[in-house]
Design a protein around this ligand. Structure first.
Ligand code: L34
Length: 282
């Protein structure tokens, strides 16, 4: 039976550390980290995440500003808000919650954010930095996963890591971070031939697909470490991961639950990135 990795607890530890550092930053330099979160439209899940981000800011002593814009906001209007935030001395981090409505180009919006305020790590400047090994900011969810692994004491060097999913937010960046820690990394996706056979090779499995309970016990090997990034809302309102938790936990050595695994870590890492943005000399 696997050890269940407690994301809520580890995220709380990190928020406490960030809170302490923010206090020191205020005392030493008079700087209060400021985060602007922009939400376009009324997607219920996005509203929950953005609400949690504001709450975390309050907890660690940051300034937080929320911009809640209607779904029909024009691209030009959103760009003008970003330009203002780029110049705003009180704001160190800018986050535009994804997904954006279809009439807005996500790529254009991300490119408009000052890379020094890009606490999501999505700007091409930071993506390039991640590929070569020295980004200003690493995307929050993959960074949160690495922190869970580090704080659990799991050794990555030489391990077979399999990432299921190839999104810009999770799949691609987590593969690069695992690679930097000397894992042997395989990225698979919907067109992968014989997916179960590839997944069965994993010492460490990162599931970031967005399909509830897709990964079953017969697809993993004994002792696997499972990080479940799925946040699938079921019809009954409950949240489910990409992994069939009970049966896979019986075979795994470590596993993250959903909720209470990766989700809270995403927000804790956002706090850490915002603190770093405020500390950075630019
Ligand atoms: N720009 N867009 C931008 N940055 C991000 O880092 C995100 N992401 C993803 C969606 N869009 C984004 C988030 O914030 C996903 N995500 C996120 C954040 C928090 C949680 C889940 C996903 C979270 O707190 N999950 C809780 C349960 C919350 C609930 O009940 O709905 C958990 O324990 O997993």
């Amino acid at each position: 039976m696997a050890v269940i990795i407690d994301g809520n607890k580890i995220a709380q530890d990190i928020r406490n550390e960030v809170r302490q550092s923010a206090l020191e930053l205020k005392e030493r330099k008079g700087i209060i980290p400021g985060l602007a979160v922009v939400l376009v439209g009324e997607d219920p899940a996005s509203q929950v995440y953005v609400g949690r981000k504001a709450k975390a800011c309050a907890e660690v002593g940051f300034l937080s500003r929320e911009y809640k814009l209607p779904a029909d906001t024009s691209e030009e209007k959103l760009l003008s808000i970003i330009r203002k935030l780029n110049d705003d001395k009180l704001i160190h981090g800018i986050l535009v919650q994804l997904p954006l409505p279809k009439h807005i180009s996500t790529e254009k919006i991300i490119a408009a954010i000052d890379p020094r305020k890009d606490v999501d790590g999505f700007h091409p400047y930071n993506v390039g930095g991640l590929v070569t090994g020295s980004p200003l900011f690493v995307p929050c969810t993959p960074q949160g996963i690495m922190e869970l692994i580090v704080r659990t004491g799991i050794e990555l060097k030489g391990k077979e890591a399999v990432v299921v999913g190839r999104s810009n937010i999770v799949g691609k960046p987590i593969a690069l971070l695992l690679l930097a820690q000397h894992a042997t990394v395989t990225i698979c996706h919907s067109r992968t031939k014989d997916l179960p056979a590839v997944i069965r090779r994993a010492d460490i499995l990162i599931a970031a697909v967005g399909k509830e309970h897709m990964i079953k016990a017969d697809m993993v090997k004994d002792g696997v470490i499972v990080i479940d990034v799925g946040v699938n809302r079921l019809k009954n309102g409950k949240l489910a991961g990409d992994v069939a938790f009970d049966e896979v936990a019986a075979k795994a050595s470590f596993i993250t639950p959903v909720p209470g695994g990766v989700g809270p870590m995403t927000i804790a890492m956002l706090m850490k990135n915002t603190l770093n943005a405020a500390t950075m000399k630019v």
